[in-house]
Ligand binder design. Structure first.
Ligand code: FES
Ligand SMILES: [Fe+2]
Length: 446
């Protein structure tokens, strides 16, 4: 890390420019987003040969595609001839080969050149079909874990599982909740552009103090309706609880621990209690016991997870099969993709719960998301001002416990989360090496 950057990060505070400065943002993209394993999508988004889905990795427009042999490749969306993007749509099916719309070069589904029109016109030039420059460039590394596809643009570095570390529980916890051990994507994605830095989102995910302030109006309104329905009917649908839980007391939030893992990953422990005793849930638990036995079922359904962060861009709410993925655009602009998944082999009512959460908490239509976005926009504007130089992370400073590189907050509202994320941030920003080194054409796959 340059001397300059070193001066911006202190254990209990950071300088405002890390949220606002274009040069720092550019460095983040090169040093972090174009090096780490980036989530591309779920394998069920491209079930058939030729299916593709575009994805932004750092500054690079890419796409993942299913080849004839079932393997998944992640390619730069760029024709080797004169640069035209091969995939013009967000997603689709390329058929048996990729064809460039400009001069008709065609490629196998792994990106290797297939044919060039007027082949004889290239005789005697240095362009030959067996030259790598003739084929599409692939991400240096591609891998998948439990159906979730990742790519890294750096040829060297930790494996996917090393990168995920203990945060891989995000995907285990989601898939283990299916009696078949698998999920499939619901092919609808909410896309939200926040007018603020990506780090606000990541910090906010484990900021357990803010819900009872920011979401107080939503939480208390839902609490009133939940109580009325309980009095009138004996019980209220679970989805009221998703919102009423936001209005918990500060003490209640302090009793929920954040676990801050190496590389900036982390998790917030469960606070909602998602095991009601309605007939649908009982039937679901019966299916789980039939698949895994009583002991494993208990283990899978009682993990204390609200959501898991894969730093620097992913928030996975595994108990309700939600996944949010960030694609930073500018220091003050971030795209978030909000997906949810269907547990294979469970009753429809269990899926409906996931859908309720998707719409009530994570969609652009909900006040919950809107209130968060408003905070971050105001934070961005505040930090762009000259009203102060530092951002404080002092809450419960000194009260955390570190064991084997894992920081336990002890108090749920501790700003250990932000301190831990910036520790990882500093390490990434200080690392040497050339980012964005692509692999050989068609070489990497999952
Ligand atoms: S730019 Fe693709 S064939 Fe010419
Ligand atoms: Fe929030």
């Amino acid at each position: 890390m340059s001397i300059e950057l070193q001066n911006l990060i202190e254990p209990d505070r950071v300088h405002r420019s890390v949220y606002t400065d274009q040069a720092i943002f550019d460095q983040e993209i090169g040093q972090i987003f174009e090096k780490v394993w980036v989530y591309c999508g779920h394998q069920s988004q491209i079930p058939h040969t030729g299916d593709y889905h575009t994805v932004q990795i750092g500054r690079q427009p890419m796409f993942m595609i299913r080849a004839n042999d079932g393997r998944i490749h992640v390619l730069y969306n760029r024709c080797p001839h004169r640069g035209v993007q091969l995939c013009g749509a967000l997603k689709g099916n390329a058929g048996t080969s990729l064809a460039c719309a400009y001069h008709g070069w065609t490629f196998h589904l792994d990106g290797k050149i297939k044919a060039i029109p007027m082949g004889a016109a290239y005789d005697g030039t240095r362009l030959t079909l067996d030259h790598p420059d003739c084929s599409m460039k692939a991400a240096a590394r591609v891998d998948r874990y439990r159906g979730f596809v990742f790519a890294s643009l750096a040829a060297q570095g930790p494996s996917l599982l090393q990168f995920l570390g203990a945060a891989k529980i995000a995907f285990d916890d989601m898939c283990d909740r299916s009696p078949q051990g698998e999920v499939e994507v619901v092919p609808i994605c909410h896309r939200v552009v926040q007018h603020s830095n990506w780090k606000f989102f990541m910090e906010n995910q484990l900021d357990a103090l803010h819900p009872s302030v920011t979401h107080q109006s939503t939480g208390s309104a839902a609490t009133r309706v939940e109580q009325r329905l309980t009095e009138e009917r004996g019980a209220a649908p679970l989805h009221y609880h998703y919102l009423s839980a936001f209005a918990s007391s500060f003490d209640r939030w302090d009793s929920v621990q954040t676990v801050n893992l190496p590389r900036g990953h982390g998790l917030l422990q469960a606070y909602m209690g998602l095991r009601p005793t309605d007939p649908d849930t009982l039937e679901y638990e019966r299916l789980m016991r039939a698949a895994y036995g009583a002991e494993k079922t208990e283990e899978y359904l009682s993990r204390s997870i609200h959501h898991v962060l894969v730093y620097p861009y992913l928030s996975v709410q595994s108990p309700l099969q939600q996944l949010r993925c960030l694609r930073p655009i500018a220091p003050d602009k971030t795209l978030s993709e909000i997906w949810h998944f269907r547990l294979k082999g469970v009753p429809e009512a269990i899926y409906q719960r996931s859908l309720w959460y998707f719409n009530l908490v994570n969609s652009p239509a909900t006040l919950v998301n809107a209130d968060d976005l408003e905070n971050w926009t105001r934070a961005q504007r505040g930090l762009q001002s000259s009203g102060g130089e530092w951002v404080s992370f002092h809450r419960h400073y000194g009260g955390d416990t570190e064991k084997d590189g894992v920081i336990f907050s002890n108090k749920g509202t501790s700003e250990a989360v932000m301190r831990s994320q910036f520790k990882a941030w500093s390490t990434y920003m200080a690392a040497r090496g050339t980012p964005g080194e692509g692999g050989l054409n068609g070489g990497a796959h999952a």
